[in-house]
Design a protein around this ligand. Structure first.
Ligand code: KIV
Length: 268
């Protein structure tokens, strides 16, 4: 039977406290939003990965605010139960907290309930500014796709002691600034375990092993329809399913039952 009670921040923090895994998928349009909703996904992320997935771009860097606002409004019209997070694109929050507030407000007005920003210590004052003004914020550390050029490509992060210490400082800074959720991308599982134990907020992993409060994947990757390279930590959930909704429901069940992901450190 369809679950209809809308998920809010309180629900998500309660799931985390109770040890129930939080399921997240990217979503970019109303039709998929409805399918993912019916399949029981807890959180939809309107990721700036849409530049690569829908737009065929090599990175997320060319995605602009107007595109994020449009896709956020599409997803908001399709989803009833899931919590809705929208990515703030490259350049939309880097100049000042005031710039970030103006752009975050556009995403919230388009139907997002939380905005996501990439970065650690440097972005903490911006997170504090948004949270103090009533906007829930999800931070994103580890491999941060908007910094792909600075990071030297799509690479696993936290591979030596100095990098691990910086990652921990970044996670503590964003959590301390009031971020209520943290996406952690491409980090070895033992580092994830250390980080998740240090901060109280739910850590949502992608290529970060099993020691997370929840899991996020790019929708087109887990359906096996991405054209081009797919990260090796992804599983194709359409295998053996008879519909997209069943594939997504299988993903939800696998994450909730702790059968996905495993702890192998896989890159792209
Ligand atoms: O844009 C996106 O899809 C993301 C996920 C990779 C977490 O940020």
């Amino acid at each position: 039977m369809e679950q209809t009670k809308r998920i809010n921040l309180h629900t998500l923090l309660g799931m985390h406290a109770a040890g129930e895994k939080i399921t997240v998928l990217t979503c970019y349009d109303a039709t998929f939003a409805r399918v993912l909703d019916l399949a029981g996904v807890d959180v939809l992320l309107v990721g700036d990965s849409l530049g690569m997935v829908l737009g065929g771009m090599p990175t997320t860097l060319s995605v602009d605010m107007a595109t994020m606002v449009y896709h956020t409004s599409c997803v908001a019209r399709g989803a009833r139960r899931p919590w809705l997070i929208a990515d703030m694109p490259f350049g939309s929050y880097h100049e000042s907290p005031a710039q970030a507030f103006t752009n975050a407000a556009r995403l919230i007005q388009a139907g997002a309930q939380m905005v996501k920003v990439e970065g650690g210590e440097w972005v903490a004052p911006t997170i504090r500014f948004l949270v103090e003004r009533g906007m829930p914020v999800c931070a994103h550390v580890g491999f941060t796709p908007q910094a792909v050029h600075a990071l030297g490509g799509f690479r696993i992060q936290g591979k030596n002691d100095a990098a691990v210490q910086q990652l921990l400082r970044d996670a503590e800074a964003v959590a301390g600034a009031g971020a209520q959720m943290l996406v952690l991308e491409l980090v070895p599982s033992p580092v994830t375990e250390l980080l998740a134990a240090r901060i109280g907020i739910p850590v949502i992993g992608i290529g970060a092993g099993s020691h997370c409060a929840g899991q996020v994947l790019v929708l087109h990757d887990m359906l096996g329809i991405t054209q081009g390279p797919v990260p090796r930590f992804v599983r194709n959930f359409l295998h053996g399913a008879t519909s997209i909704q069943e594939a997504v429901a299988n993903y939800v069940a696998a994450v909730k039952a702790r059968q996905f992901p495993d702890d192998t450190t896989h890159g792209y």
